[in-house]
Design a binder for this molecule. Structure first.
Ligand code: CTP
Ligand code: CA
Length: 222
């Protein structure tokens, strides 16, 4: 239980966490992004630090205070987040992908501000690289944990993502209910690791983060 959180659970371990949204530039003054607050990722960083881990936080733009004692790497785009994660992956034992990475980016970034010439404007988007998959494929690879935010068929989609991305653990996050998940204080998740599933009751992101860190500490040791 969260109340029994042991400090020292991750003593000597190096943890890297991605958090927040990414921003995909359209021109010098505009971008595509999403409503991720970064709260879950920052709560995980706080919990990892409290557990004694050397903690690196690779974060998109958010309005949260930087956790004390975190090695902080601010990034904007998915490409920048990928580059930072791959540069640092050999220095981490555990990787937790909590960022809400934009799935697509504008095919071209205009050098000058786009003018509103026509009544319509078509925007062509291209797929972004998958950061957690790239980390899971690195050599040597860290114990790799992803999140799956789903509005239906939660566990089936989460298991599918875990397999496709080569993850050791996935945190299945039901975002069908307004008021939990993406941009709120509370969350309700199921921890999926191998064949086991562990549903956590709805709680604050601080408490959920400690339970996730505890599960990772218990599963990553071997
Ligand atoms: N993720 C990532 N890089 C991306 C997209 C997602 O590292 N370009 C990570 C997220 O941080 C999360 C996991 O992959 O840990 C699942 O993200 P999610 O958006 O649920 O999955 P997608 O693979 O993007 O599939 P979809 O959005 O179509 O459900
Ligand atoms: Ca996605």
């Amino acid at each position: 239980a969260a109340g029994l959180f042991h400090s020292g659970l991750l003593a000597g371990k190096r943890v890297m966490i991605t958090a927040g949204p990414t921003r995909e530039a359209l021109d010098p003054v505009r971008f595509l992004s999403n409503h991720s607050s970064g709260k879950m990722g920052y709560a995980l960083a706080e919990a990892a630090i409290a557990a004694g881990a050397r903690t690196t936080l690779v974060s998109g733009p958010v309005t949260l205070p930087i956790p004390e004692h975190a090695q902080y790497h601010p990034v904007e785009s998915a490409a920048e987040m990928l580059e930072t994660c791959l540069r640092l992956v050999s220095e981490c034992d555990i990787f937790i992908a909590c960022a809400a990475v934009a799935d697509y980016r504008p095919e071209q970034v205009q050098g000058d501000k786009i003018k509103k010439n026509d009544a319509e404007m078509l925007l062509k988007l291209v797929r972004n690289p998958d950061i957690v998959s790239a980390v899971a494929a690195a050599e040597p690879r860290p114990f790799t944990v992803g999140f799956a935010a789903e509005t239906r068929d939660l566990l089936a989609y989460a298991r599918d993502k875990m397999q496709r991305k080569g993850l050791d653990m996935i945190i299945a996050n039901d975002v069908s209910d307004q008021g939990i998940g993406f941009n709120s204080e509370e969350n309700e998740v199921t921890i999926v690791c191998g064949q086991t599933e562990h549903a956590l009751p709805r709680a604050s992101k601080t408490i959920i983060a400690r339970q996730i860190i505890e599960a990772i500490a218990n599963s990553s040791g071997k």
